[in-house]
Design a protein around this ligand. Sequence first.
Ligand SMILES: C[S@@+](CC[C@H](N)C(=O)[O-])C[C@H]1O[C@@H](n2cnc3c(N)ncnc32)[C@H](O)[C@@H]1O
Length: 407
Amino acid sequence: MRVSARADYALRAAIEMAAASDCHVTSDQLGRAEIPGKFLETILTQLRRSNIVRCKRGPDSGFWLARPASEISLGDVIRAVDGRLLSVRGEPAENATYPGPAEPLRRVWIALHAFGPSVLETVTLADIVSGELWLPDGSRGPAAARPANNCVARSHGLCSSEAMGQRYDEFADWYDTYVTSGMGQPFARSADRLLERLLGPGNDRLCLDLGCGGGAHVPALTRLGWRVTGVDISPRQIDVARRTGITATVADAGNLPLANQSVDAVATIMTTTDFDDLPSVFAEAHRVLRPGGRLVVIAAHPCFGGVFVEHGSDGSCIVRPGYRRHERIEENPLLGDGIRSRVGVVNLPLPALLNALTGAGLILHETAEDDSDRPVPSLFGMTATRPSGSSRPSDSSRPSDSSRPVT
Ligand SMILES: C[S@@+](CC[C@H](N)C(=O)[O-])C[C@H]1O[C@@H](n2cnc3c(N)ncnc32)[C@H](O)[C@@H]1O
């Protein structure tokens, strides 16, 4: 992977514009950022053609960003002037140093080297200027510390999310066979149809498959025209997911290694009954979604898919006591012989699911059930959007602690 001198200078020019108080810079200012004149003119022309930069000639001439800095990814800038990426100007990425606001670029190159080009799609010019980078190496800006209880994706210590990752690691190959060609296949295809209905066409935009597992739903997402990046807590599942050709990162859904407003959609399928802290996961989905971006949740039906339901061979079901228990269940004869008997489940009453979503500041749009011909649905789906112009909800708008599972 190589970042050309031209791409490097283009990024620095764009970052200078993003850092300027009115996003406007003069040629002299760009010269002070150590961008040689012989590159500058060509670079600015290419950035202008790609609708990244605007320019004005005359006495008050200058350059400014054509769009908000939070909507221009580093990948956009590099693609405008260059092709694909390979070392930074012929040197190892860790040797790159930058003066001024471009200083965080060095960390991006290192993450790019380790995690591939998806990093470029998640970091925007505004993230560089603020220094608030969420990179898959688990690091953030220089001063920012992560919450102590979200220690997944770090190599030291055990926490409940890490233990969950280990559980899924153990069944990664089994689960992949189960959903692609085994007993779980009809269920997975039914989830795909629901996903197709609720998510809609991607037109080459970026979708985060949150809790992607082995990537069972990547083909459906790709068919819809989405570019997909996956996150999952289980390293073995991530290995399996990468075989589908997507970029995928090991991380906790409650602490995503993605920049603010960096994805166009989030799809999370058969995961809500895995997360012990669903409100935090939806808050993270809100953070990484672009304003207007869509979250699609597909889950075991809260009323008919839980461990309190006994299924008959004719599709009938008997609802036993237990629906109201909002807690993790590890042992129960009704866990069945699929993945739940192996990894357990968080029983999630319908209001807990819906309130976690609305409490994160997302706007609920549509709900749906699977289209199977069985008398009782097995799957529940819903879509929500991140409203335009809203920032992250305050903690006080979250559901109260009493709605969280007892673990
Ligand atoms: C039932 S599987 C579903 C996988 C995939 N979405 C599918 O439908 O095939 C649930 C997935 O959630 C992941 N998971 C559980 N807790 C997680 C967490 N805190 N952060 C990220 N992923 C998590 C598990 O590792 C597992 O791959």
